[in-house]
Design a binder for this molecule. Structure first.
Ligand SMILES: CC(C)(COP(=O)(O)OP(=O)(O)OC[C@H]1O[C@@H](n2cnc3c(N)ncnc32)[C@H](O)[C@@H]1OP(=O)(O)O)[C@@H](O)C(=O)NCCC(=O)NCCS
Length: 394
């Protein structure tokens, strides 16, 4: 078997092979995969035929402290059913992680089709999303829900020009866990709505000076108004957009997809049960490739010291690091000091963005705490200023 990178000439064969792995055919004129970067797309080739695919997008990921860093986003993973369970994916993963390191990236991310595949390669689930379904006729607000002043205009997706792209770009720079949406995604209509050009209405919120500071994209069908995403400069703008959607006539329920953890909506309703939480799922998985660089890159809100013993089973590496945080900045060096915590790189990926407390994994037995204070100390350090959230599909 040979693992080789691809070129523009391979694009159609790449997409065909990927679809064959899922037992499907690419729909006519489909733009979903049009943002693939062919120089970061791999073929696994057996007897001259491609049997496996894996690709990487060059994103930026916003870390706690609002630090955007380069992050390879693994995607388009598929192995033909005739060639599974023979190490094809494993070989592509080794190739891809080595390439990411060679490019100077210190972390990689992915969305998983199945949650049992990627831990073995060092990825841990790091953010979650859920869906809120609101019974519109029970959605009266509590008097304390504060909405931003300004105006809302309804546009069609095709009329928005750069408005969505610009608003999203401002938003993702201040949201830990958010990914960039490179310009060519919007230009080519890649991915899912609202990046793709699928017909959508867009509620655009403008501040009192007329500047667009948020949007929600939606479609109404048979009394259900489904919202792809709400992007807002702050919570008051989110509230204004949500109120607008909940006040829409001829709607019995509003479905808000890809909500962040701790969404404030239920707290804003007179009837707490009018909004139902469902479909909570892992979203972004994180894989650290250089522990000291990753830990020094993110922002920290509490001072402290922690010694981490980190085992990277897939790459066959092990290191013990002293993390020292002072005034929001971290230093991280190899140390011989006794560890506070011992953990696998997979679980360090899970706690890295602050989406799950290290103590949860200590309680579950995945992270080993060497003394009674270690878990609480790690919780205080790793917590992010707000829960990490990613709503970009790739
Ligand atoms: C998932 C997929 C790419 C795995 O490819 P593969 O070449 O069979 O994987 P490998 O042979 O390298 O498997 C490595 C290990 O992962 C395990 N594994 C792989 N896919 C698995 C799955 N779907 N469920 C459970 N275990 C899986 C293998 O059993 C093997 O375990 P081992 O090391 O203990 O022997 C392939 O099954 C596939 O194309 N599935 C359909 C498309 C898909 O789900 N793609 C992922 C999109 S995110």
């Amino acid at each position: 078997m040979e693992i080789r990178s691809t070129t523009e000439h391979d694009r159609d064969a790449f997409v065909d092979t990927l679809f064959a792995a899922f037992g499907r055919f690419p729909p006519e004129g489909d733009r979903v995969w049009s943002a693939l970067e062919m120089d970061r797309a791999l073929f696994a080739v057996v007897d001259g035929r491609p049997v496996g695919t894996a690709a990487v997008y060059s994103f930026e990921l916003t870390l706690p402290g609002n630090v955007p860093v380069p992050a390879g986003g693994l995607t388009a993973v598929g192995v033909l059913p005739s060639h599974r369970r023979r190490g094809v994916l494993t070989a592509m993963m080794r190739h891809q992680l080595a390439d990411a390191r060679a490019r100077g990236e210190f972390l990689a991310v992915l969305l998983a089709s199945e949650a049992v595949i990627y831990r073995r390669f060092g990825y841990g689930p790091a953010t979650t999303t859920h869906r809120l379904t609101v019974d519109r006729h029970r959605a009266a607000p509590r008097s304390t829900a504060v909405a931003a002043e300004g105006s809302i205009e309804v546009l069609r997706r095709a009329e928005c020009g750069d408005l969505l792209e610009d608003a999203y770009d401002r938003y993702r720079r201040t949201q830990p866990g958010a990914l960039s949406r490179p310009r060519h995604w919007w230009a080519r209509g890649a991915g899912q709505p609202p990046v793709s050009a699928a017909p959508r209405y867009v509620a655009v919120h403008r501040d009192s000076g007329g500047r667009a500071d948020g949007y929600a994209t939606y479609l109404l069908d048979s009394g259900t108004l489904t919202v792809d995403e709400t992007i807002a400069a702050d919570d008051a703008v989110t509230t204004a957009l949500t109120r607008f959607l909940l006040d829409h006539d001829l709607v019995t329920r509003v479905v808000l997809k890809k909500c962040p953890p701790e969404h404030p909506l239920r707290w804003q309703l007179a009837d707490f049960r009018a909004a139902e939480v469902s479909d909570e799922t892992d979203w972004l998985w994180v894989r650290l490739l250089d522990v000291p660089r990753a830990l020094t890159a993110r922002g920290w809100s509490t001072d402290g010291e922690l010694v981490l013993d980190v085992e990277d089973s897939f790459l066959g590496e092990r290191g013990r690091y002293l993390l020292t945080v002072r005034d929001g900045k971290a230093e991280c060096y190899p140390t011989g000091r006794a560890p506070d915590l011992s953990l696998d790189a997979t679980d360090l990926g899970s706690v890295y963005l602050g989406g799950v407390a290290p103590s949860t994994l200590v309680r579950g037995g995945q992270i080993h705490a060497h003394h009674p204070d270690a878990a609480a100390l790690a919780d205080a350090l790793f917590r992010a200023e707000r829960p990490p959230h990613c709503l970009h599909w790739f």
